[in-house]
Each structure stands twice: as structure tokens, then as C-alpha cells.
Design a protein. Sequence first.
Length: 207
Amino acid sequence: MSTAWKNWHLSKEGTVEPEVNGLDRLFSGTNAKKILDIGCGAGRHVVYFARKGFEVYGFDGDEETLERAKKLLENENLRADLRVWDMTKQLPYRDAFFDAVLAVRVIHHTRLSNITAIMNEINRLLKTDGFLFLQVPSYESETFDSGTIWAEPGTLIARGGSEKGVPHHFFRKDELLGFFSSYTVIELHSKSDHYVGYCLIAQKGKR
Ligand SMILES: C[S@@+](CC[C@H](N)C(=O)[O-])C[C@H]1O[C@@H](n2cnc3c(N)ncnc32)[C@H](O)[C@@H]1O
């Protein structure tokens, strides 16, 4: 596991993103049952929704971090379908299987061609009227140093440090919204925590 992620998971254990409490209220006003957490890491949101009685699915590319998620579920006698999977591959679930998809600070860790494929996968997996909760870094709010190496427009590959070799795509607002032109935006705001990013809550379908 990347040291950066390991430290990050440790620092976030037992917390949830503040918006998640609002999602819980949003979901409970509907028949939402099945939730997928893409890049669920050590499972903080998986545990949260499992506690509330949702049917939770999650995957992460890192086996060790998923083991922690499994342990946390086991401690509370909770269940979730967790698997090791790479988000850049076709996702192992049926079309329109989920009522909600979460992807918190994960989708930006690849190149744009993969991001486009992941967004298409999210769209395939979500039911009409299903909910999406995304957090990604924003291009507009970031300051990039002059020595920065861009792998492609908007995507940096860290040249050193604990995230060496890991891509980071920084989203422009219009770029992010462009992926979800057939969705209803419920909320879009910037937030600053670790990096400045966009937080998008949307519902599949226009209304
Ligand atoms: C910053 S953490 C966020 C974890 C979790 N979403 C949360 O909010 O606690 C990023 C996660 O993305 C996962 N990840 C990075 N690249 C991935 C990939 N290609 N496929 C699946 N997971 C990936 C990492 O293993 C890590 O757990």
C-alpha cells in the first residue's frame, strides 16, 4: 500500500465526509438499498452505510487496505460485499444494479481516458434516479509549481514523495459537469481538506 494512503486511511478511520450524513437522509427518503463505494479504502463509508442497514458493495485496488475494512465490519458483525478490483477495468457488477454510487477521492488517480471509462461504468451501474456522490480535486483552485510535469492536460504524475508515480487528475468544473450532463445536480460545492476539490451530489436523469 502507498504510505500516503496508509497514513490517510489511519487519519480518517472512524470519520465520514460531512456530506455523507446528508446522503443518508436523501437515500432514506427513497427506496435506495444497494450502494457501491468505488475505491472504498479502509471502509469508513462502507461501515457507515452497513450500520444503517444498506446493502453495501465496495472495492479497492489495495488488498491490505481492504483487509482493514473487513476487520472493521467484522468487529461490528456487519456485512458488505468487498473485493480487490482495479477501477480502470470493467467493473464486476450488472447494469443498473445500484441505487447509489460513491467515489470519494479516488477517480482522479488515473489518466483521463480511464476516467472517461470509469464515468461510463458508473452510468452503466446506476439505476435511473440513482444517486452519485463524487469528490475530486479541482483544477481551478490548485496552484501548480513551475517544475510540474503534466502527463496530459489536467493530469500530473508525482515525481517523488510517497505518491511517486501516482497520477492525479485535476478537474475543471465544466469538465466534471460534462460527464454528467444527463444528471440532475443536487449539489456542487468546493471543499478544502487535503486538497481543494469538488464535491458533487447528483441524480441520474433530468428533472
Ligand atoms: C484517498 S483514498 C480514499 C479512500 C476512500 N474512498 C475514503 O474516502 O476513505 C484513495 C483510495 O483509492 C484507491 N485506489 C487508487 N487507485 C485505484 C485503482 N486503480 N483501483 C481501485 N482503487 C484505487 C487506493 O487504494 C485508496 O484506498
